[in-house]
Ligand binder design. Structure first.
Ligand code: FMN
Length: 196
């Protein structure tokens, strides 16, 4: 297992204003979804998460029916969606291939967390961004497509990686990740600016 992020990243977490929150996931990274309800907590990997609206920022996420995450999400109506980095790919793959029903992943994998501001679900240390969300009730698309609408309440980003409302994955710094299949990931690449 790759080592987790050093705690310094926790100290460098900055609030992201609502008008910029959609940009945290606009480039399509894999996420980690944390949930908590009545003393139980969980985390799973979720690649199928994307922005849906600007202000208030909303996202849609596919959360499969058989997951423990879905059970806690439905019970609590809250979660945290966070963007992990390439320093965490083994962790991402582990939480995406095991179920919290079989034991506490945080304890088993030594995942460090800190409290969120507006939800009970924890923030996973070492991620690049964290979005605390409420679930908007849309039972028909949940039943039919496993699709959940999430509305951001608070969001945070690591201030070495996120500057002035934009990602800044400089050489040597951690990068967000994109899943292809079977534990094979790409890291987010270099920015390329289009001209009008
Ligand atoms: C990289 C990766 C991405 C994944 N993306 C999703 C996703 O978008 N939606 C989903 O329902 N499951 C996804 N999964 C599978 C869940 O993470 C997996 O079913 C997990 O074991 C559920 O854990 P839980 O039962 O503790 O909630 C993904 C798995 C991996 C490894």
């Amino acid at each position: 297992m790759r080592a987790g992020f050093p705690p310094r990243f926790v100290l460098m977490r900055n609030a992201v204003p609502d008008r910029h929150v959609h940009r945290l996931l606009n480039h399509g990274p894999v996420t980690l979804v944390t949930t908590a309800h009545e003393g139980r907590r969980n985390v799973m990997a979720a690649a199928w998460v994307m922005p849906l609206d600007f202000e208030p920022a909303k996202f849609i996420a596919v959360i499969a029916a058989d997951t423990f995450t879905r059970e806690l999400l439905l019970a609590s109506r809250q979660c945290v969606v966070q963007a992990p980095t390439d320093a965490q790919i083994d962790l991402v793959y582990s939480v995406g291939t095991t179920s919290g029903r079989d034991g506490d992943k945080f304890a088993h994998l030594g995942i460090q967390t800190s409290p969120a501001k507006t939800v009970l679900a924890p923030l996973i240390e070492g991620c690049a961004a964290w979005i605390e969300c409420d679930v908007i009730d849309e039972p028909s698309i949940a039943d039919r497509y496993d699709l959940f609408v999430l509305q951001a309440k608070s969001a945070w980003a690591d201030d070495t990686l996120w500057k002035d409302g934009s990602w800044n994955f400089a050489s040597g710094l951690p990068r967000t990740i994109h899943h292809e299949k079977g534990g094979r990931f790409f890291t987010t690449g270099e920015p390329v600016q289009a001209r009008r």
